[in-house]
Design a protein around this ligand. Sequence first.
Ligand code: PLP
Length: 499
Amino acid sequence: MSNDDQKMTTMTGFGLGEVPTLFEESVSGRQGVSLPPETPDTENLVTSLIPPSHIRRVPLSLPELSEFQVVRHFTRLSQRTLSVDNTFYPLGSCTMKYNPKLNEAIAASDNFAGSHPSQPEESLQGLLAIYYQLSQWLGALTGLPGVSLQPAAGAHGEFTALLVAKAYFRDRGEVQRLQVLVPDTAHGTNPASATRCGMEPIALTSKNGKLDPTELKHHLSERTACLMITNPNTLGLFEEEILEISALVHEVGALVYLDGANFNALVGRVRPADFGADLMHINLHKTFSVPHGSGGPGSGPICVRETLAPYLPVPIVEMRDGQFRLRSDRPKSIGKVRTFFGNIPAVVRAWAYIAQLGLEGLREVSGHAVLNANYLLKLLAQYYDVPYGPRCMHEFVIDGTRQKKSGVKALDIAKKLLDFGFHPPTTYFPLIVPEALMIEPTETENKETLEAFARAMIEIAKLAVDNPSAVTSAPEHTPVSRLDELSAARNPIVTWPEL
Ligand SMILES: *Cc1c(COP(=O)(O)O)cnc(C)c1O
């Protein structure tokens, strides 16, 4: 191998060396695509289409690279990231399960990916049929037949559903109902959504990890709009008093909002309407297998009782005279909450997933979600404190307080897992567990993976006693060591390199 060849090998670096930025790799004049040379015609076309004040006079300083450099750059970066496709990803509450590639192929097919939102309805019948059918299925699975597939995420679903509740109360002349009761185990988006729609979130203190009906009674009044409850809650516990809780809320004329992010623990077995839910959101990207992470792209449909359906956002897909139609002339509707039809690929993937599994398959999903979480909990229970056990639904929370005595925090345990090649669980949530590690194995993992993860967690528990610094200095085997996440968020260094 010549010296030059050796240099090339190091530069292309398959190992864990640094990946240069696209700007560093840029070579002036290098191109990814060869365009035909500019002619007076093309120039005329440009000037006829774009007003002169908008035509760039100085070339944009973008990196100049060939196509394969760009492919290698992003492929290398992608290989440094932990994902559901390359490792176990037990991020509690987020349901990071494996997404069958068949769904991807269906969503990427030209029939869906190639459609345009301004196409006439007659030419979108296939897509609208999917919207219609998925709405019907979600209505049947939840017992809440009014469905909107518009919201773009769980939090957006919460926001939309609360607007629906607000419009419902306004219509009834009960404008004073603006209080939203939120248990202290709730996801942070719950109080945030209530605040964003001009309502007032009120925190309820939980008892033994669950909502206490006495505490609830204390806060219910003619000013209550909704109770926002997560069931199973974020500690992975089923709210066993839910029937009494719902009855109390309904008694004062308020609504029960279910945060349905944990629906993969119930799907096919429990219809939330049967335990009193009046409206809820579903995270298609959690329960119904849509890839997500880094903030999107998700989809958070809402399902509501018949009486609340008139207030749903527009458009709604209807079937009339054997044709599927988008309907926007709904006088009581809260209006539009998302451009066009919502997140089409997410809707198509969720539809494909349910179509393949059927009701029996969905029952297995929730069964395995709960079984996997309980198996893992059992493997870990001896080594970590389990404040709310001994059994769980689809996820559970362990407390690293025992490990903290030797200086090892929940954060250190999470970072050490990276050295074992696992994505860490959710940390420090819910807030009522001081050193919380919230673990959701999901239903798609097999026994060997759960056991391998348990071995890593047990090894870390032992290190926390025998050699704490081996945990507090983690990660050691990742492309970058421990980052100062706070400074990165508070003082981001955003530069635009000069070329
Ligand atoms: C994920 C989650 C949400 C928010 O959903 P996004 O799609 O992330 O906006 C709300 N509540 C709970 C319990 C969740 O797990």
